[in-house]
Design a protein around this ligand. Structure first.
Ligand code: WT7
Length: 654
């Protein structure tokens, strides 16, 4: 295999960056080799980067064998995650800023929350939860804006051993209700409104609607954030800020097992309802803190900014758990990149002297279109490293980011990972691995990727390979199961390629051993770095009284990466009108949330089906991509003429 330090056509970090980096090229090779040769010895040592109440004797205990899949790390150790993220820093960092909160409205002052303040607020929140009967193992759903209370609530759950499930504020009441019910949560914590980009989402009112479909016993703790009036149900709704102010300022932390769940995070799959991905405490924290330190080359005194929302795993691992476990200063941003103008990201970087900046390619692409003057206005000299996540980054966006934001002196880490993986799987380590625009480069420590032939599951042994990406063995940060459905867990991730964890992604490995993720190979689409199951959008559409049938596929979209393209067959006698199209868009927004709204809806008198009734999605994808010259074999279609109609009336003629 070619030496990483000399990968062809690659960008190497500056000598200055490399000199200060935690890990250099030789260090990566040595540590990586050690991590895969003897995972037990490697992780026994790495596990010590966090504090244990009772140290572990056993390190790794896992099998990917279908039917018996079981993943345990540090299983006889005990710890508390909030103590690791807060208390253990108190001796040295009590007055250091833990979280910088940057509000949506730049005229509102930012908050600098010290570790001492974080401890107090987390404890107060923990005491409030306890007073409402939340105990170890209970589930708490968080449906919150990007406000400090979101971090307090996550850490408060961790403190008392409760399991949080954060639901992104952009999800609908229905989606929220499903998550509250599936996780059987006792409490939901929300806020009156969520300001974003100068608009306000009515979180409390959404929660009121959701709770109509939940058990009466579910309590609702409301953060009065904007102060706007909301409907109030006496006996069910509680003012959480008032209760925190009245609560005791300290709460002892609960000892939990390494394998006790820390959180559930729902994510879209290729079939059925969203999957409740379960992450546990010990291994997850070891992995989040280690990847945060090395991928971003985090050093004391740095100011780290991950622009994600805490409703996604990126926010869990790289706004809250990873940075705080490392005693870092982490930014929590309530707003959007384009409010009040397209310079907001760069204004915040300059204002808080951000050293590492981590965002999604879709954000870069949308800012790219607005011109470089928005970047040039602001002093970005504090930046040392840039990162991306969520989807492959196209070379144009990479170059724009590199030249205009990084000024050619900041390594760009393109981090490939998933909700399921807890932390980075494939990523450059910035001082060690030269970057190639569009490649996530090399595996992180302990990750053994393989490329398999999708046709016959054959292992591709040559360095250069094409196929699907699987992982050979477990690592501490990976999910352990799906909430309440271990059989579905095995089915979704371990059944198709026996003995491996299947990522769902296609990939190419080049002659330098670099990995290039080519996108999902299942029926999941990636919209602005957010995962959407086509089946979910389809079932929302067919729930509409006038829709007989729907098929949803992705198509290339300049800004979002992929857009949502829906083929809709209406009930007999229903007229396809513009008004109905708008109504269906709104319908999906309320069924799932704004992120699921179809970009294009095509009225389809029929869908291409095989004689056994299976929809031929391959054909629908081609038509949506405006690439219908080579539709392949259509001879197995029950009625080939439907294809001509679909082509003639296709929506994406660009
Ligand atoms: C899917 C996971 C945890 C990251 C946020 C999204 C795609 C993610 C990359 C990347 C190419 C990427 C994959 C993956 N993806 N990062 N750097 N390059 N593709 O998490 O919602 O669980 O989605 O996002 O397709 O499977 P997610």
């Amino acid at each position: 295999m070619a030496d990483t330090a000399q990968a062809t056509g690659a960008y190497t970090a500056s000598a200055d960056f490399i000199a200060k980096a935690h890990i250099d090229a030789a260090g990566y090779e040595r540590m990586y080799a050690a991590s895969v040769a003897d995972p037990d010895a490697f992780w026994r040592e790495e596990g010590q980067r966090i504090d244990w109440i009772k140290d572990y004797a056993t390190v790794k205990n896992s099998t990917f064998e279908y039917g018996k899949v079981s993943i345990k790390w540090f299983e006889d150790g005990t710890l508390n995650v909030s103590a690791n993220c807060i208390d253990r820093h108190m001796a040295t960092r009590a007055n250091q800023t833990a979280i910088i909160w940057e509000p949506d409205d730049p005229k509102v002052p930012a908050l600098h929350i010290s570790y001492a303040q974080l401890l107090e607020q987390t404890c107060r929140m923990a005491n409030v939860l306890k007073a409402h009967g939340v105990q170890k193992g209970d589930r708490v759903v968080l449906y919150l804006p990007m406000i400090p209370e979101a971090a307090y609530a996550m850490l408060a759950c961790a403190r008392i051993g409760a399991i949080h499930s954060v639901v992104f504020g952009g999800f609908s009441p229905d989606a929220l209700a499903n998550r509250i019910n599936d996780s059987e949560a006792k409490v939901v914590i929300t806020a009156d409104f969520a300001p974003r980009g100068g608009k306000k989402t009515a979180l409390k009112s959404n929660t009121d609607q959701a709770l109509l479909h939940c058990k009466d016993s579910v309590k609702c703790l409301v953060v009065k954030h904007t102060g706007d009036q909301t409907h109030w149900t006496e006996g069910r709704d509680f003012d959480v800020k008032a209760e925190m102010a009245a609560a005791k300022p300290y709460c002892a932390y609960t000892e939990v097992g390494a394998e006790d769940p820390l959180f559930i995070l729902y994510t879209s799959g290729s079939t059925g309802k969203p999957k409740g991905v379960v992450h546990t405490s010990g291994g997850y924290l070891v992995y989040a803190s280690m990847t945060h330190k090395y991928t971003f080359d985090y050093h004391d005194g740095d100011v780290f900014w991950c622009t994600a929302d805490v409703g996604w795993v990126t926010g869990h691992s790289y706004i809250v758990y990873g940075p705080l476990a490392n005693g870092a200063t982490t930014i929590m941003f309530e707003g959007v990149p384009t409010y009040p103008d397209a310079g907001r990201f760069w204004e915040v970087c300059a204002k808080h002297k951000v050293t590492q900046f981590y965002t999604a390619p879709t954000a870069i692409r949308s800012l790219m279109g607005m011109g470089t003057e928005w970047v040039e206005k602001h002093d970005l000299s504090s930046l040392r490293l840039l990162g991306t996540v969520g989807e492959p980054i196209n070379p144009e966006a990479w170059n724009w980011y590199n030249v205009n934001v990084g000024k050619g002196r900041c390594p760009i880490v393109d981090t490939f990972w998933q909700t399921e993986t807890g932390g980075h799987l494939i990523t450059p380590l910035p001082g060690a691995i030269p970057q190639k625009p569009g490649s996530a480069t090399k595996p992180f420590f302990g990750i053994k990727p393989v490329v398999l032939d999708p046709a016959n599951a054959a292992l591709q042994t040559a360095v250069e390979a094409d196929g699907v990406l699987c992982i050979t063995d477990s690592w501490p940060g990976m999910m352990r199961t799906l909430w309440g459905d271990h059989a579905r867990f095995e089915e979704a991730y371990f059944s198709q390629y026996r003995g491996y964890y299947f990522t769902g992604d296609g990939c190419r490995r080049d002659g330098d051993g670099y990995y290039w993720i080519t996108g999902r190979v299942d029926d999941v689409i990636n919209v602005s770095g957010h995962r959407m199951g086509t089946a979910e959008v389809e079932s929302a559409l067919v729930a509409h009284a006038q829709v007989a049938e729907a098929a949803v596929v992705g198509y290339p979209h300049d800004i979002k990466g992929q857009g949502i393209y829906a083929y809709v067959t209406l009930m007999r006698g229903v007229e396809p009108t513009e008004a109905l199209r708008k109504e269906l868009e709104a319908w999906v927004r309320t069924e799932i949330g704004p992120i699921a709204k179809p970009d294009l809806i095509q009225w389809a008198p029929g869908l291409p089906k095989t004689r056994s009734g299976k929809i031929m999605r391959r054909i629908l994808r081609k038509i949506a991509e405006n690439d219908f010259g080579a539709l392949g074999d259509t001879s197995t279609l029950a009625d080939p003429s439907v294809v001509d109609d679909l082509i003639a009336n296709r929506m994406n003629k660009a």
